[in-house]
Design a protein around this ligand. Sequence first.
Ligand code: FES
Length: 104
Amino acid sequence: MPRFITITNTSDIGPGERDIFEVEDLYIAVFNVGGIYYAIEDICTHDDGPLVEGDLDGFEIECPRHGARFDVRSGAVRQMPAVVPVKWFPVRVEGDAVQVGLDD
Ligand code: FES
């Protein structure tokens, strides 16, 4: 069972928006896609590119460095050159708090 911690409020990331948060030595990118929040680590598995700065196409975020694409719903690779999924975090909304689940 992950440990959920509040990292932002729903009003701070509107539909189509994203932001990055430093949480316990992790950089976590949070995306709002159609009112649903998704969170992945903000480090491309190809060569550490900043995913939060990439273009979002549907549920796919494109790394701004070499164009790898990841599904924000799972962290799965959708396009090379990355071959390893990016770390994904569960997200829940409690009231207006956006909470991300971390492993203990
Ligand atoms: S660092 Fe992301 S595709 Fe190369």
